[in-house]
Design a protein around this ligand. Structure first.
Ligand code: A2P
Length: 409
């Protein structure tokens, strides 16, 4: 390089759009290197820490996270500047000759995202158009509770509830697989408003009750953290204690990826644990309401819970016709029985799972505990090995074909 030519390093600075962000804290929780922080107004990204790994991009419900500006490195926006923003600044012109090349790390990540590895998977080609961000923190929709029913048995260790929200005259269109945000009232110990909490919708697009402007949620009362230490989940306890007639502030809807196919003959392979069943219930119920149309396609469900009394929707599930849905329940805490997880049943049903994996009209959905993701991935790898396919080659293709959708927490 000619030593006389001074290069001005340009970076692609990661920013969060304060106009869209709902302050749900998902990005800060997800960032593996602590590059995201917040104050009472905004969530912001530290330019000197962010390595553009993109881990925070898919989980963000609103897309506020996916904003970038080319800036001269020495003049990157500081977090103090970002805290003061009401809106993102426009892309500024760069000095002539600045940043002829992207830093290698950024170039790699950008290319990978474009190739569809990592990042959110596009929805099935035949999915309906989802509406997103219709209601925001500044102008939430107000829903009225029209039902709150316990789904788990009286002697069950968990309190999981089916909560029905009615939107009255307010338009709140949702599709199966989308989420909504709930704003718990009050403030946290530091006097800040609570974060928005996200819940998957458990009812189909035409409402919990067909043609009513309502939807349902599957909510587990959180009483302990992932390590079993006692905690009191702010939003889940608020929701589980709601009574008929109470009013709730709702933002959203969100989600443009975990959507079901609509074309006749399309099949669903669904894997879930616990409250991860919410989107599966929504999709199954959508298909059940259309049984008479004889559109074809198969439904296969793998569902894990501690015991039947802990499995949301156990009763209604058991009543579904066997030729409508192939149900495989894995129970992990049945007295005197070996622990069973969904991945064990996927292996046990390898021939049918392999057939559905080969079927380009079959879409795969995985929702529930984070730990399950790895177990299911390994089970699918085994299924493929047993049936002459290579999972590592197949997975990127499934994502590219919009056939593989994962939502874990
Ligand atoms: P476990 O009895 O080992 O906790 P929960 O009731 O906590 O929501 O969990 C739902 C189900 O998911 C339970 O049966 C639980 O079993 C199971 N589970 C826990 N960890 C995993 C995992 N890594 N893979 C699959 N299932 C799991």
């Amino acid at each position: 390089m000619d030593a006389a030519v001074q290069t001005v390093e340009v970076i692609r600075q990661h920013l969060i759009d304060p106009e869209i962000c709902i302050r749900c804290n998902t990005c800060e929780d997800t960032c593996p290197i602590g590059a995201i922080t917040h104050d009472a107004r905004n969530y912001v990204v530290k330019a000197d820490v962010c390595n553009a790994c993109n881990a925070c991009i898919p989980p963000c419900p609103t897309g506020a996270i996916d904003n970038w500006r080319q800036v001269v490195k020495a003049r990157a926006y500081s977090i103090e500047e970002q805290f003061a923003w009401d809106a993102l600044p426009p892309q500024e012109d760069l000095p002539v000759g600045a940043g002829a090349e992207l830093p290698p790390e950024v170039a790699r990540v950008t290319a990978e995202a474009a190739a569809g590895q990592g990042g959110a998977v596009a929805p099935p080609w035949s999915a309906a158009h989802p509406y997103v961000n219709l209601y925001t923190l500044d102008s939430p929709a107000i829903a009225t509770v029209s039902g709150n029913f316990r789904l788990t048995g009286d002697d069950a260790s968990s309190d999981i509830r089916h909560i029905v929200l009615d939107f009255g005259a307010t338009a709140f269109p949702v599709l199966e697989g989308q989420t909504i945000g709930i704003i718990p009232p009050g403030t946290d110990d530091n006097g800040r408003p609570h974060h928005v909490r996200l819940y998957s919708v458990a009812s189909p697009r035409d409402g919990e009750r067909p043609r009513y402007n309502n939807l349902s949620l599957t909510v587990k009362r959180v009483t302990e953290d992932h390590d079993g230490r006692p905690v009191r989940g702010v939003a889940s306890n608020y929701l589980c204690d709601l009574r008929k007639g109470d009013q709730v502030k709702v933002v959203g809807p969100y989600g443009t990826s975990f959507l079901m196919p609509n074309h006749p003959g399309s099949s669903l392979l669904m894997v879930c644990t616990g409250t991860g069943s919410a989107p599966m219930r929504a999709m199954t119920e959508r298909r059940r309401r259309r049984i008479g149309l004889k559109e074809g396609g198969e439904l296969m469900l793998f569902f894990g819970a501690r015991a039947p009394g802990e499995l949301p929707y156990f009763g209604p599930l058991m009543k579904l016709p066997k030729d409508f849905i192939d149900i495989n329940l894995a129970f992990s805490r049945l007295p005197g029985k070996p622990k069973q997880y969904v991945q064990d049943l996927i292996r046990a049903r390898a021939a049918d799972v392999a057939r559905l994996i080969r079927d380009d009209d079959c879409y795969i959905y995985i929702c529930g505990l984070k730990g399950m993701e790895k177990g299911v991935d390994e089970a699918l790898r085994d299924v493929c090995r047993m049936h002459g396919m290579d999972w590592d080659e197949l997975l990127p293709l499934l994502r590219e074909k919009r056939r593989y959708h994962v939502e874990t927490y």
